[in-house]
Design a protein around this ligand. Sequence first.
Ligand SMILES: [Zn+2]
Length: 133
Amino acid sequence: MTTIQRIWRIKNTLLRLLSTRCLDCGFVAYPPKASCPKCGSRRLIKEELPKIGEVLSYTVINVPLRGFEEFTPLIICLIKLGEAKVLAELVDVKPGNVHIGMKVMATLRRSAKTLDGVIPYVVKFRPLSLGSS
Ligand SMILES: [Zn+2]
């Protein structure tokens, strides 16, 4: 199992937001794909996305999936990160304070415990105005 100390050491690696850019049509996909979701080309290069982006749209989930009760209400955002659009959870903000155009920043957070008891850490986003970490 991954310890908090280990997570902290590899934080910057886990936080790298790798995407693929299509050399034929220019589409940027996150997470990285083996072929372009838009044109099917396999001529792709890996690119790191910026960690700061902007909320394009969002929804609030008030009825949790089993195991996700502690994360409710769950705010899911479509975030513009450079040329990519990323679907991710927004944390550290009340649903009523989220707005379109809000600047957000990638952060590493705990997710729901898996069936084998592992607590995974995943990339989520938080408002940029709280300061950087
Ligand atoms: Zn393409």
